[in-house]
Design a protein around this ligand. Structure first.
Ligand SMILES: O=c1ccn([C@@H]2O[C@H](COP(=O)(O)O)[C@@H](O)[C@H]2O)c(=O)[nH]1
Length: 235
């Protein structure tokens, strides 16, 4: 499966989502549905987006006891999305349970499952103060990435800045990197950011882009700009 530019549909409801997607009439997109939209609209919005022919990353970042994650993944498997995720901090038992739940209930090929390492909104200083991890942030990300891979997950969510090191764990790991900004954009709450071109150079499999597209006057044009930057680099 191709994981190119994944657009984060961070909208409050299906009406705004529909209006946004209409601007991309003939494009086959890879979109990300996060907590905001899913908690408002539920599985119906997934059905609707699938009917438009788009691929879906359902970004609910599960982090709970193994039994709850197993049971929840059984439900998510029925939605027939392409990609789901968990927090690696939930531990290896939880990650194995996630894969088990997905595998048991998927109709065809099970959705790929990737693990969030350290959120791209986390700085090294914050990680040390608030999580009491006395390591470099890149070591923490590497540790979580290795744990996820050893637990049978298909890939990792990290910032672009850790992608190259994660790639050294396994050539085939899916590495999805949010925290993407164009030169003209503000970082906002994101702490570890990079542009699409650098993401490609660092070996990311795909990039997640939200506000750099969704907040623009012409989102379609912004999408084409991001895509061009991403595709200009030979992988
Ligand atoms: O570490 C992470 C994991 C997930 N995200 C999600 O990606 C988008 C990014 O949005 P922008 O507007 O491009 O900043 C958003 O939906 C996050 O929930 C992340 O940013 N970092």
């Amino acid at each position: 499966m191709e994981y190119p530019v994944i657009i984060a549909l961070d909208f409050p409801n299906k009406e705004e989502t529909r209006t946004f997607l209409k601007k991309f009439s003939d494009e086959n997109l890879f979109v990300k549905v996060g907590m905001e939209l899913f908690y408002q609209e539920g599985p119906e919005v997934i059905k609707e987006i699938k009917a438009y022919g788009h691929k879906i990353f359902l970004d609910l970042k599960l982090h709970d006891i193994p039994n709850t994650v197993y049971r929840t993944m059984k439900r998510l498997a029925c939605l027939d999305v392409d990609l789901v995720n968990v927090h690696a901090a939930g531990g290896s038992e939880m990650m194995k349970a996630a894969i088990e739940g997905l595998a048991e209930n998927s109709r065809g090929e099970r959705p790929k499952c990737i693990a969030v390492t350290q959120l791209t909104s986390t700085s090294e200083d914050q990680m040390r103060r608030e999580q009491l991890i006395e390591k470099r942030l890149i070591d923490s990300v590497y540790h979580y990435a290795k744990l996820a891979k050893d637990s049978g997950l298909d890939g990792i969510v990290s910032s672009v800045h850790e992608a190259k090191l994660i790639r050294s764990i396994d050539e085939d790991l899916i590495i999805i990197t949010p925290g993407i900004r164009l030169a003209c954009d503000q970082d906002g709450d994101q702490k570890r950011v990079a542009d699409p071109r650098f993401a490609r150079l660092q070996g990311a499999t795909g990039i997640v882009v939200g506000r750099s597209i969704t907040n623009k006057k012409d989102p379609y044009q912004a999408y084409l700009t991001v895509k061009k930057e991403w595709e200009l680099v030979e992988s």
